[in-house]
Write a protein that binds this ligand. Structure first.
Ligand SMILES: Cc1cc2nc3c(=O)[nH]c(=O)nc-3n(C[C@H](O)[C@H](O)[C@H](O)COP(=O)(O)OP(=O)(O)OC[C@H]3O[C@@H](n4cnc5c(N)ncnc54)[C@H](O)[C@@H]3O)c2cc1C
Length: 315
């Protein structure tokens, strides 16, 4: 049996606390508190689909609810109610194996999950877009990208369906005292970016950018975001890099949060470097990976670059 796999976070220069510990002791001399990574007990829950709404042509919001959002007993353990602490908290969602149609789940242990080796559970990571404890509702925004076990599940999901999810296992407290924030990514990063913009820090510039397939994918209710439309001649990373590089930023250690396709994130790491953003103030996550195409040499180069990105993310 495995323990719950390590989260796919990209920066590691964070301080781990339990959620009840304070963070004031890590306040730097300049009043800057870097991001903090909290560890949380992991619970596997079975939830009901309450409703499904198309937010835009490529983004489907699935609202989940059910008794297991509360405390219950599982695998001989009392498990805690669902809780989310910070805007980019995410859960692992479990699906039936697309080949065999068999659903394999990890087992609840004390504060963590035991994962069977064979067959391994099929899971994908999704951000918690909204959690309303009083209404007992949890929103997850799925990009419907025309394939994939998760994308296809979301495309056909309807009220009354059930789904298993686990987490969040970790939670990142954003920095305090940074002179500016940059939030950037593709449409998979939108749920987290929108969540950050629900309650942005006051008194500092927060620059948010998202690349979406086209104008109809812009979510007009998200305030404070600059929309970029996907182009054939320029990569998402290049578009985002150009927009970020054109900013005039105040001096000091700003914070950069970037997520999306692995190649996009790799391109934005260079921008972070050119802005002097150090490891502690960079949160960069490859959320998905475009299949490698082209000749053998191109594939080898791309795979090597992707491996470097993955490695960088684990340091
Ligand atoms: C921490 C974290 C949070 C995330 N939050 C969200 C979120 O809130 N909403 C969200 O939609 N996604 C989110 N993602 C990304 C999501 O987990 C991936 O896109 C995932 O691969 C989708 O699974 P799938 O089964 O649909 O496709 P897969 O089976 O993983 O892939 C099948 C094919 O589809 C391609 N593909 C996968 N995703 C996309 C995409 N978005 N666009 C185009 N092609 C794609 C792959 O390259 C592959 O060729 C998050 C990822 C992480 C790590």
């Amino acid at each position: 049996m495995f323990a719950y796999p390590k989260a796919k976070r990209s920066y590691r220069s964070v301080v781990c606390h339990s959620p009840i510990e304070g963070t004031e002791d890590s306040m730097g001399t300049e009043g800057l508190v870097p991001p903090q990574l909290l560890s949380l007990p992991v619970v596997l829950r079975c939830l009901d689909v309450v409703r499904v709404v198309d937010v835009t042509p490529h983004m489907r919001r699935v609202t989940l609810g059910g008794e297991q959002l509360g405390a219950f007993r599982s695998g001989g353990h009392d498990v805690t109610p669902f809780a989310t602490h910070n805007p980019d908290d995410y859960v692992k969602i479990f699906f039936a194996d697309p080949e065999t149609n068999v659903l394999t789940l990890p087992e609840q242990d004390d504060g963590h999950l035991d994962w069977p080796r064979r067959p391994a559970p099929t899971s994908r990571s999704y951000t918690i877009r909204r959690y309303d404890e009083v209404a007992g509702e949890l929103d997850v925004d799925f990009v419907v990208h025309g394939g994939g076990v998760a994308g296809e599940w979301a495309r056909t999901a309807k009220a009354g369906d059930t789904i298993h999810l686990a987490g969040p296992r970790t939670s990142t407290v954003p920095p305090k005292g940074a002179p500016w924030w940059i939030l950037a990514g593709d449409e998979t990063a939108l749920p987290a970016i929108a969540h950050y913009l629900d309650a942005p820090p006051s008194g500092i510039p927060v620059h948010a950018f998202a690349v979406v397939p086209d104008a109809s994918d812009e979510q007009v209710d998200i305030e404070g975001i600059t929309w970029l439309r996907r182009r054939d001649d320029v990569s998402d990373g290049q578009q985002l890099a150009a927009a970020i590089s054109a900013l005039s930023l105040p001096d000091g250690d700003g914070w950069m949060w970037i997520a999306g396709e692995a190649g996009t994130v790799r391109e934005l790491r260079s921008v972070a470097k050119s802005l002097g953003v150090g490891k502690t103030m960079l949160d960069a996550s490859g959320y998905w990976r475009r299949p490698v195409t082209g000749g053998v040499l191109k594939r080898v180069r791309t795979l090597r670059a992707q491996a470097t990105e993955t490695l960088a993310g684990r340091l």
